[in-house]
Design a protein around this ligand. Structure first.
Ligand code: PEP
Length: 255
């Protein structure tokens, strides 16, 4: 049985001070949340402060990206080991905004996944089709390519420890989320590919979460789907009460 997994992706929002205030309030709001993995991904500057504020709580911290090298002449970048030292336990990689705005490819996602695992962090690997790809009936092919290349050379044990976030690009920040049928089909497909390529244990243990305009009022119908293990939440995660509500409603769905 996979524990529900709810992650907040704050993108380019929140200062150190705002992060600490949020995490302290979230701690008290989720103190009875039970068996749920809760992750917040602040900007790099607030990662350490978030980890300190979350110490001895059910909240873990993620970075929103990493470089694949350990060190070197890569101005502006941070490594997975640096993220870990700052207190992160997870790293989001391959977010569609990184792919679209910063030219990330399935190959760089793969290098990052290997680096993140090598540093002892857990990757949250984002996949998902654009609207044009969906309308061209290419969704499942796109997912196959992103997963095959993005997870290339990973072992079954490594895949078992991953989180894959299915985020249809047309649903991110648009208020337009996938229908349960669309999400269910994509998640079932991802799970079947994990089973075929990495084995039954990897497929059973890997968390596959949904992202794209998740809110308190639509989380329930999503996490009720058999292959949806939680959510990666952007906009609605900036408000601590909305995010805590999403956490609480995921738990209700799990019991
Ligand atoms: C995201 O940024 O990963 C995301 C899913 O954003 P939103 O919830 O705002 O659609």
């Amino acid at each position: 049985m996979r524990t529900p997994f709810i992650a907040a992706n704050w993108k380019l929002y929140k200062t150190v001070h705002e992060t600490v205030v949020f995490v302290k309030e979230l701690r008290s709001l989720v103190k009875d949340a039970g068996d749920i993995e809760i992750v917040v991904a602040p900007p790099f500057t607030a990662v350490h402060a978030a980890a300190e504020a979350a110490r001895n709580s059910p909240i873990a911290v993620a970075v929103q990206d990493v470089h694949w090298e350990r060190e070197g002449a890569f101005t502006g970048e941070i490594s997975a080991a640096m993220a870990k030292e700052a207190g992160a336990e997870f790293a989001i990689i391959g977010h569609s905004e990184r792919r679209r705005l910063f030219h990330e490819t399935d190959e760089t996602v793969n290098r990052k996944a290997i680096a993140v695992l090598g540093a002892g962090l857990f990757p949250i690997v984002c996949v998902g089709e654009t609207l044009e790809e969906r309308e061209a009936n290419a969704t499942l092919d796109v997912l196959d390519r992103q997963i095959k290349t993005g997870l290339d050379s990973l072992t079954g044990d490594q895949v078992a420890s991953l989180v894959i976030a299915y985020e249809p690009v047309w649903a991110i920040g648009t208020g337009r989320n996938a229908t349960p049928q669309q999400a269910g089909e994509a998640h079932a497909h991802i799970r079947s590919r994990l089973r075929a390529w990495f084995g039954g244990t990897a497929a059973d243990l890997c968390h596959v979460i949904y992202g794209g305009s998740v809110k308190p009022d639509n989380i329930h119908e999503l996490v009720m789907l058999p292959d949806v293990d939680g959510a990666l939440v952007g906009g609605a995660s900036l408000d601590v009460r909305a995010f805590a509500d999403i956490v609480a409603r995921s738990r209700q769905s799990a019991v």
